[in-house]
Ligand binder design. Sequence first.
Ligand code: SAM
Ligand code: SF4
Length: 468
Amino acid sequence: MEKYSRGHSDFINDADLDALILKTKEDKLRIRDVLSKSMSKVALSAEECAALIAAEDEDTVEEIKEAARKLKKEVYGNRIVIFAPLYIGNHCINDCEYCAFRKSLRTTVRKTLTENELVSEVKALENVGHKRLILVFGEHPDYSPGFIADTVRKVYSVKSGHGEIRRVNINAAPMDVEGFRIVKDSGIGTYQIFQETYHHKTYEKMHPKNTCKGDYLYRQDGLSRAFEAGCDDMGIGALFGLYDWRFEAIALVKHSLYLQERYGVGPHTISFPRIRPAHGVELDSRYFVSDKDFVKLIAILRLSVPYTGMILTARESAKIRNEALGFGVSQIDAGSCIELGGYAKGKEKNEGNKEQFSLSDTRSMEEIVNELIQTGYLPSFCTSCYRLGRTGKVFMEYAIPGFIGDFCTPNALLTLKEYLLDYASEETKGKGLDLINNEMQKISDLSRRKIVNEKLKALDDDQRDMLF
Ligand code: SAM
Ligand code: SF4
């Protein structure tokens, strides 16, 4: 079997990207042109993204943020999709400088969930209302494609009352095409691979050559191989703080364009985690991204890849997450615990040396849902698109012209009501039901509204999973 996908080429040239950043000067007129292109929901080029990045003047940056806010409203409305990470095992044969799971760190307590522990973790997640998980794995021969696929099947099979997991995403090492096929057959949603840094030199520094992850190109090509194996739902990302954020932002745009041009499908999601403190990890802070730049970066990514979901995890504080929701972010995790076996144990009992890094936003699911509703967002537990085959090219067709609102808002209302009936406190339930009533009035197509209303009523009669 070929190591790389057919015709793969490295789409990042460090010198060219560094030069692009250097030569692109702030130009207000150009920025306005780029913003209007973006508002017509067309993906931006690397040069156009660089033009937005060059904005320094505060008013211009505000214009960019305002445009991102508007675009987000148009494409995604006020929905915020909720998920949780579930760490399956932290054995790892790699030695990434920034990660507490790296093999040379002897103080990390190594663990892979047993089948019983896996069931307990999934039940604990279902019992607070989760429907959508991302399973996270270190890279290790124990975590073969077959093992990952079996884990996914097991997760889908666990039920607790009305609780069930309806979508399982994966964050794991890149595989060969056959490996991706095996995992795909277990019914996964998104396969997420972060390049960490697209800058070759920095990549080399962070990932020793003699480790699997030391092969930059193999990782960069990972999602292309996934596509060849039939996975058309891909998540890209970079770990911000390893190299210049401007370089990484443009590289993410280039990766999106590369996938879109080659396969007709861009990434389903983009992640932009910032480095977090982790036990046994000491990093050079030279490239750490300030809050101010981070918010600007999120707005620019929103505008550059308008059709793509943007994920901001609990690595970030509640304050930054709340701010970022306004102009770009469409998916957040809630009530997260990244210690292996931590959900079933409960927050207080966790120790810290089984964690990959420390989390900043430690609010519970109930608190997050309550706050989202309070601030006018519509928490969504929807998993419909991929279950009804609206992925890849089909998803792009829905997303780009904005048709997605026809499906997403009704599904958000239905899944929120399920959550409110089954898991919420009385206070959250009251607020949430009011929100659902208000949102129903906004559905202008009356026959659509009638059908949604009938499905909402069926939930009161104990029916569940009334998806569109
Ligand atoms: N082992 C697989 C890999 O490396 O692709 C997947 C799982 S890894 C546990 C998930 C992601 O966590 C990594 O891709 C990296 O971006 C992120 N990560 C690692 N260390 C981190 C840290 N100290 N702070 C924030 N994110 C970190
Ligand atoms: Fe292993 Fe992934 Fe951590 Fe690297 S980032 S040490 S590959 S778990």
